[in-house]
Ligand binder design. Structure first.
Ligand code: NAI
Ligand code: MG
Length: 352
């Protein structure tokens, strides 16, 4: 019997609706599978927690979370209670940084049964590997002067270690997929960091002769995500470029409500964190219509991370099957509820 201990943080808004749904799906998987179990421990860290305690998580929160095999998070944010930057930095970003979750991965795939905003899209199935710890999102820089001479300087930080780590991760992922890595660059316009990025990419690619490697400037790449997403397999990108590309990835799939993500710790010192791309969706809270697919697909990424890739791909097949049969929440053009979609996924998993 393989058992995984999971810290669950539903968070705010629809996080509290989709996390329980995804946990029911994982429970069904362990029921069917037999040799596998998931033990969830729930943590109440959220904006409501902040109102009560004046902080987003307990002082020993990181100490406690550290003990788990993974963190399964819904969404964080309720700007009526707590400013977004406070809730984000107090919980999500804190966990990502302290637990050295230096890679962020976000797949985008054309799922049958969902209308993509692209007209007649070809079958695409890509994975963006985003450097998650440095790059353009550094805290180095500052401001000077208050008058018309005012300046702001934001320094980009690209370490060889961080850059190569993201690229190796991308090549390892591609080895299990269609064996193709595209690097998102901008070395024609950014004269220091991006030529360096290209150089590290070239060196890393040399270690993986069996994997095709190419580079695209980020502006053209963004356009290709819209016009020819099917040409990509794995894309490796800096923090900012990856952030932007993955939103396009979610958009071409048809709804942010279905997009999954994972923050990966690669040195094994701390747990990785699995969270869908979407936020707390304040406009649909409590209506029972939040799309659970983003969170359930996120659970699939967690299964992959646990080495249960076969189960993971079975789960994604079932998700696609259920969508194809018309179990669609309103965000993707249907009338089904969170519960109906989840129940149908569980029913089909049990009949496999
Ligand atoms: P959002 O993702 O919460 O909502 C954007 C739009 O997508 C809304 O119309 C919403 O109804 C819809 N949507 C999102 N998830 C859905 C789902 N599962 N099913 C159906 N429709 C869904 O982004 P927004 O409105 O910018 O942010 C709301 C709050 O969430 C803010 O406090 C923000 O800071 C926070 N946020 C948190 C994130 C996280 O925890 N990783 C990510 C993005 C936003
Ligand atoms: Mg973003």
């Amino acid at each position: 019997m393989k058992g995984f201990s999971i810290a669950s943080i539903p968070g705010d808004g629809v996080g509290k609706e989709v996390v329980p749904a995804a946990q029911r799906v994982l429970k069904a998987i362990s029921d069917v599978h037999g040799g596998l179990s998931f033990e969830f421990t729930e943590f109440p860290y959220s904006c409501e927690y902040y109102l009560e305690h004046g902080k987003m998580m307990a002082d020993d929160g990181l100490e406690r979370l550290k003990e788990f095999d993974a963190i399964f998070l819904g969404a964080v944010g309720n700007s009526l209670l707590v400013p977004d930057h406070v809730s984000l930095w107090g919980l999500l970003i804190k966990i990502r940084r302290e637990f050295e979750q230096v890679i962020n991965i976000r797949p985008a795939k054309l799922l049958q049964g969902i209308r993509s905003p692209l007209a007649n899209p070809n079958d695409f199935d890509l994975l963006v590997v985003r450097e998650n710890s440095e790059g353009e999102y550094s805290t180095v820089g500052g401001k000077m002067y208050q008058n018309e001479d005012q300046i702001a300087i934001q320094n980009n930080v690209f370490s060889r270690r961080g850059t190569e780590r993201a690229m190796r991760f991308a090549f390892e992922m591609a080895a299990k997929r269609k064996k193709h890595v595209t690097s998102a660059t901008k070395s024609n316009g950014i004269v220091h960091s991006m030529p360096f990025w290209d150089e590290v990419f070239q060196c890393t690619a040399n270690d993986y002769p069996e994997i095709a490697a190419d580079s695209q400037h980020i502006d053209a790449l963004a356009a290709f995500f819209v016009t020819q997403p099917e040409r990509f397999d794995v894309i490796v990108a800096s923090n900012l470029f990856g952030d932007i590309l993955t939103d396009i990835g979610a958009a071409i799939m048809g709804s942010i409500g279905i997009a999954p993500a994972a923050n990966i710790n690669v040195n094994g010192k701390y747990p990785s964190m699995f969270e869908p791309v979407h936020g707390s969706a304040p406009d649909i809270i409590g209506k029972g219509i939040a799309n659970p697919i983003g969170q359930i697909w996120t659970a699939k990424l967690m299964l992959d991370h646990f080495g249960e890739e076969e189960l993971g791909s079975k789960l994604l097949d079932v998700i696609e099957d259920v969508l194809k049969s018309g179990f669609l929440t309103p965000d993707i053009g249907g009338t089904s509820t969170t519960k109906e979609v989840t129940d149908e996924i569980i029913k089909r998993l049990k009949s496999l």
